[in-house]
Design a protein around this ligand. Sequence first.
Ligand SMILES: [Zn+2]
Length: 186
Amino acid sequence: MREKVVVPGEELGISEEYSSEENTYEDEDGTIYADSVGIARFDDDNREVRVKKNSTVRNFFPGSIVYAIVTGVRKNRVLVNILSAEKNGEKLVVNRSMAMIPIANVSTEFVRDLRNEFRIGDLIKAEVESIKPFGIRLLTNKPGLGVIKAYCSKCRHPLHLIGRELKCTNCGHTEKRKVSREFILK
Ligand SMILES: [Zn+2]
């Protein structure tokens, strides 16, 4: 049985795949949503989806680890969309997804221009520094944090980390990033 942490309004599937059980609802198009914070249980044998309400599921907080997609890169800051969050293996609810990494938070080494370190579409692993009403700030200047998957800017093929260089095995182009040691393709 597949399980995931969900928030109200999160899409769970369609009525052709599952019947809508406890703490879920279906709209007129047959899309099924969660109506509560909790753990969604996808029972593929019986084709049922339900949400077990869980008031102990927490929102993400400063110190949480997040996975995010880069949506914008300026000289001095990177804009990202947070996909998921966890702390010590505990899944956390991402109740706000837009976040920013200021240049000072990116690396322990001197960084002149973030356009040399990140590109739109990169998948990154980062830590939450602060959550304020006007914005969420992340950092990547700790071990294991940074870009974990990236795509060739010439042909969009996934890049491989070879030595300290990112190389496209399709067109041969090489690129630079603020790479995490957890980079996925080696
Ligand atoms: Zn390429």
